[in-house]
Design a protein around this ligand. Structure first.
Ligand code: IVH
Length: 761
């Protein structure tokens, strides 16, 4: 044994144990999963060569654990194993060679390949067809009981077979294993909602999924739209399967969403030949994967091969080349987006990650730079995943040599020189000037882009030239461009100009919802724009309502103005007083949505605002006056407040955006240029629900949005709150107060199945 192997093993043990401590105890890893895997792999290799070096404190001797103290524990019926890793085709080949040595000569080996989902493992037990427990992997022997939370995940059957009309018997016992995760689109949607609420975005989908599953209040889990995909049977009674292919077919027959994109391969060579094709597919899959799992198809052969340590020999994980890596942070530049949001961006020593060279990455915001103590000159961990802009996970503090310098947030916008602002409760800094040249450029760049107005031939370069030539200053100017203005500009030949103007002409016919979403107004993306157009049908209706709401809000604020005089008295006051005052300042956010369908506002307001009434100056209005003003505000804003899918923050953003002079002027200017802005008629599937008003509550078998679309396609309307005008409340699992309210108002309650019956499904 060489001295260096001994030292290297000791060093790897100590490093790995430190990283395990950072990950599990401090919850603050400083290296990437891929880097951890690499170190671990190195240690496994040394220990395999020199078994004497495998000490009891070696991390290879321990099973990772995600156990937490707050949950009841569930003992797994069989160890929940993990997989050894291979990083290239050679390592896969060696794996097969090792296996062949343990098996009869010339045995045929075929395989099933599955995506390696980047979520968290769950183990679910069904007894006589009923889901009885669900647990995390924990330490492999015992897991945390997360049954209540798992029940909220809509694609997990609570009973199997999930299809009541299935002829298959329920197995006496079935314990399955799968992965819980966010689909990329659902994670993006969650972040859009966070942004609309002014809350920080979630960065990592897997950690967020894990956090969502480990909620003590399962209603929070229910809101998250997690999905579960099932890939193996851990234990069973009354099930006869002989191959991995059988397992997947059986799971599907029972009604599970089995792991998508699983594929049968007759040989390992065929898999190796396909590895790069799988890598290329990675970004286009709807979920995050960090590799592939390759399983010998025959279960008897898998059993014969047995287990090595905690890894079954019959399956292996092929890990994709790292999409995370470490490099040097050279400098920071500040980017300003179309909303004015400042994003500090890391300039990096170029690093090759997941097939591309990355030389800059997002640092999210200055709070994060401070909290993570990121310094200029640091070694930083970068993650790149899919189409998302690469971002900095954090610094490698152990790699510092003292030359690193702290990073300060700027005071002014680097493009316009305006003082940066930080709205209440926000983590980001903003340039407040809508005419900031960088904001204007970014808005225009977004407006013409594929996901927005989709004006072919008008890329960022063209926009730059047109701005520099003084031909466009805002989005509407695009629709006033004339051939004579452009021909002759550098790079604008006649043919190009003709094509460009044709694209502009075509863009004038974009539907209203698309135009609205293209303007990039705070909170008004594609989903919200569609909701608005569905409800209001025309731009004029929407502008008109926004004005009226704004006016009612101003009246309300003017009425309660005398309470502002109490501000100095509030310093050091208890939080109830502060809260009451905030409520008065932002009536659309908190008070109006709370009382949309209430009577007797005066009594309710007296109670809600009691702390501040006790301090009221003599000229302050009383509860009755405030109630009157509030009633007007509620009645005016009701068409918005009642839209299912719009929360109070979005309602306020919408009113602010559409009552904003800048956007109004822009919209009118576009109309005058011939942009038609028509609402598009939705395709009707039927009229069974014509004119009926529905409210949805609780978890349904599919996303609530889907149920909403279905109701609307049959002529019904869906709103967010129950009132006397509601015809039906459709109640799913874990329904909340809306169901109680329906009962108290005598509104008919339907199950999802009742609803489906009504439309003849
Ligand atoms: S099979 C003994 N299949 O990858 C069989 N695992 O260590 C073990 N994973 O944390 C698992 N996708 O949660 C299997 N299609 C898949 C998987 C998968 C993701 C996770 C699993 C575990 C890790 C393997």
């Amino acid at each position: 044994m060489t001295q260096s192997a001994h030292d290297r093993a000791a060093q790897l043990r100590s490093e790995l144990n430190y990283h395990i401590y950072r990950y599990n105890v401090l919850n603050d890893p400083i290296i990437t999963d891929a880097e951890y895997d690499k170190l671990y792999h190195d240690l496994v290799k040394i220990e395999a060569e020199y078994p004497d070096l495998c000490t009891p404190d070696s991390p290879t001797q321990r099973v990772g654990s995600d156990l937490e103290t707050d949950f009841a524990k569930v003992a797994h019926p069989a160890p929940i194993l993990s997989l050894s890793n291979a990083f290239d085709g050679d390592e896969l080949q060696k794996w097969e060679e090792r296996n062949r040595k343990l098996l009869p000569d010339n045995i045929d080996l075929d395989y099933v390949l599955e995506p390696k989902l980047d979520g968290l493992s769950i183990v679910m037990t069904y007894e006589n067809g009923v889901l009885t427990t669900a647990a995390t992997r924990g330490n492999g022997e015992v897991g945390d009981d997360v049954t209540a939370n798992i029940r909220t995940i809509s694609n997990i059957p609570l009973r199997i077979p999930a299809n009541p009309k299935s002829d298959l018997p329920s197995p006496a016992k079935l314990v399955v294993r799968g992965e819980v995760l966010f689909l990329k689109a659902d994670f993006a949607k969650l972040n859009t909602e966070q942004e609309a609420k002014g809350l920080p975005k979630y960065i990592n989908a897997r950690n967020t999924a894990s956090g969502s599953l480990k909620q003590k209040d399962s209603r929070i889990t229910a809101e998250r739209n997690l999905k579960a995909y099932i890939y193996s049977i851990v234990d069973s009674d009354g099930v006869n399967v002989q191959t991995e292919s059988d397992v997947l077919a059986y799971l599907q027959a029972m009604g599970f969403d089995s792991i998508p994109d699983a594929q049968y391969y007759p040989s390992l060579d065929a898999i190796i030949a396909d590895l790069s094709a799988w890598e290329a597919r990675r970004d286009s899959l709807p979920f995050e994967i960090d590799g592939l799992v390759i399983k010998i198809n025959s279960l008897p052969i898998q059993r014969e091969l047995g287990i090595s340590g905690k890894d079954p020999r019959g399956a292996i994980a092929y890990k994709f080349p790292a999409e995370e890596g470490t490099t040097k942070l050279l400098d920071i530049t500040d980017n300003i987006g179309r909303t004015g949001k400042l994003t500090p961006t890391a300039q990096l020593e170029p690093i090759f990650l997941g097939g591309v060279t990355v030389s800059n990455a997002s640092l999210h915001n200055y709070d994060m730079i401070r909290d993570l103590d990121i310094r200029k000159g640091d070694s930083v961990i970068i993650k790149r995943s899919g189409d998302v802009i690469p971002y900095v996970i954090g610094p490698v503090i152990g790699a510092r040599d003292g030359s690193e310098t702290e990073i300060q947030a700027p005071d002014v916008c680097p493009f316009s020189g305006d003082k940066l602002i930080r709205p209440d409760g926000a983590v980001d800094l903003f340039c407040p000037n809508p005419k900031c040249p960088e904001r204007v450029f970014r808005s225009l760049e977004f407006f013409v882009s594929r996901g927005a107005m989709d004006i072919d031939g008008m890329g960022p370069q063209t926009i730059k030239v047109l701005i520099d030539e003084g031909l466009i200053q805002d989005e509407a100017d695009i629709f006033y461009l004339k051939a004579d203005d452009i021909i002759g500009l550098e790079g604008f030949a006649e043919k190009k100009v003709q094509n460009l103007l044709e694209s502009v002409e075509a863009a004038k016919q974009r539907p209203l919802a698309q135009v609205l979403a293209s303007l990039g107004m705070e909170g008004v993306g594609t989903t919200v724009s569609n909701l608005l157009v569905d409800s209001f049908q025309s731009l004029d209706n929407l502008l008109d309502l926004s004005h009226k709401v704004k006016a009612a809000e101003s009246d309300f604020l003017a009425l309660v103005e005398p309470f502002n005089a109490t501000q100095h008295m509030l310093e050091g006051q208890n939080s109830d007083v502060k809260k009451a005052r905030e409520r008065l300042q932002y009536p659309l956010l908190d008070i109006a949505p709370r009382y949309v369908d209430s009577d007797n506002l005066e009594t309710k307001l007296s109670r809600l605002l009691k702390p501040i009434f006790e301090l009221a100056p003599s000229d302050a209005p009383d509860a009755a006056q405030i109630a009157d003003a509030l009633q007007i505000l509620i009645d005016t804003a009701r068409p918005l407040l009642n839209i299912e899918g719009l929360g109070p923050i979005l309602v306020r953003n919408i009113v602010d955006a559409f009552a904003d002079e800048h956007y109004q002027a822009l919209l009118v200017k576009m109309q005058n240029a011939g942009v038609t802005m028509q609402a598009v008629e939705k395709e009707q599937a039927g009229i069974a629900l014509d004119g009926l008003k529905f409210v949805l509550t609780g978890t349904m078998s599919v996303a609530r949005d889907e149920i909403k679309t279905m109701i609307e396609a049959h002529g019904g309307k869906v709103s967010g709150s129950v009132s006397k005008k509601t015809d039906y409340v459709v109640v799913g699992d874990n329904a909340g107060s809306k169901a109680d309210k329906a009962a108290s108002l005598g509104v008919t309650i339907l199950s999802e199945a009742d609803l489906r019956n009504m439309i003849g499904e």
